[in-house]
Design a binder for this molecule. Structure first.
Ligand SMILES: [Fe+2]
Ligand SMILES: [Fe+2]
Length: 148
C-alpha cells in the first residue's frame, strides 16, 4: 500500500530505525566492546526514538484509539523497547534483544498498523496529521562507526 503523505516522515524515519538495528547486529557480530554499543544506543534514544515514539503516540495512534487491539500491541511494544533502551545491565544480551524487538516493531507498523490506519482514517483525518520532518539521517552527530 502506498504510504499516505501524512505518514511519510515516520516511514522515512523507520529506515533509520532499521539501519540502527543492522548496525547493532554488525557490532555484536564483530564483538565490539558493549559500552561502545551502549553509547550509540543512548545517542539513538535521545536523538531518534523518544521523538519518534512520542509523535506516533500523540498524532497517529489516536486515529484508531487506545482500545484498538493493534494500538494496544503497538503501545506494549513501545514500553518494552523503551525498557530495553534504558536497561543498564546485561548489556550484550539487552542490545541483541533490542535489535530484534525494534526491527519487529517497525515491520509491524509498516506492514500492519499503518495500513490499518490508512484504511480506517478518513482523508480529512489523515490531512490533519502534520508531522514535521524527523531527523533524516542517523549518521549526523554520531562519529563512532563501529559497524564499518
Ligand atoms: Fe512505534
Ligand atoms: Fe514507528
Amino acid at each position: 500500500m502506498k504510504r499516505h503523505t501524512s505518514l511519510q516522515p515516520l516511514s522515512r524515519d523507520h529506515h533509520n530505525g532499521l539501519m540502527f538495528c543492522f548496525r547493532l547486529n554488525k557490532g555484536l557480530e564483530k564483538k565490539i566492546d558493549e559500552t561502545r554499543l551502549k553509547n550509540y544506543v543512548d545517542w539513538f534514544y535521545e536523538n531518534h526514538i523518544q521523538e519518534h515514539f512520542s509523535v506516533e503516540e500523540k498524532l497517529i495512534f489516536p486515529v484508531l484509539g487506545s482500545e484498538h487491539e493493534l494500538i494496544k500491541t503497538a503501545l506494549e511494544q513501545h514500553q518494552h523497547i523503551l525498557a530495553l533502551f534504558n536497561n543498564k545491565k546485561d548489556l550484550t544480551a539487552t542490545i541483541k534483544d533490542l535489535a530484534i524487538q525494534l526491527e519487529a516493531h517497525i515491520r509491524f507498523e509498516e506492514r500492519v498498523l499503518f495500513n490499518e490506519i490508512q484504511l480506517h482514517a478518513s482523508e480529512e483525518q489523515l490531512n490533519t496529521i502534520h508531522i514535521a520532518e524527523l531527523e533524516t539521517s542517523c549518521r549526523v552527530g554520531w562519529e563512532d562507526e563501529f559497524w564499518m
